[in-house]
Design a protein around this ligand. Sequence first.
Ligand SMILES: [Zn+2]
Length: 182
Amino acid sequence: MRRPRTVRAILATAVATLSIGIPAAPTLGSPAVGQAAVGVPAGVATGMAESQLRWVGCPQDAGAIGVAPWLADRVERLVSDALADGVPLCGGGWRSYQEQVDLRFQNCGVSTKAVYEWPARWCSPPTARPGQSMHEQGLAIDFRPLRGVSRPDMYRWLRAHAREYGLYQLPSENWHYSTTGG
Ligand SMILES: [Zn+2]
């Protein structure tokens, strides 16, 4: 069952006041989030190492999108073709396992169970479990428009063109594209 919003909001506030930013990975018999240890539970895919990524620069010096090397040329073409169509955009690609944990902490709740075990759909917005996000593989991008372009215009462009580059939208999120649509 989904935890009521109000409780989650209270918890979110509580989290904001904690001095720690990184919850401990769960281990058997370890009840608490918020301990100092950082680790990856045994058997969890940890995604792609940051050192393996390729970074695709965005127009207007707006940053860069980190993706798996084999995907980079496609993303580069997407970004430049979108720009040529008057839709400058950038996005957030790769995310570390720890960043995914932090995001779950924000979006799902502060308990170990919420962070590591709740299904994605119980979080707001829905957020994949640590180790299961396409972002951690460098295969997903959350696009954002750059100056002067509205989100609806960017979404329209992506819906029409992203598949030409092998990127597919997650139906529940207009901004999230990945190589599988997941
Ligand atoms: Zn995403």
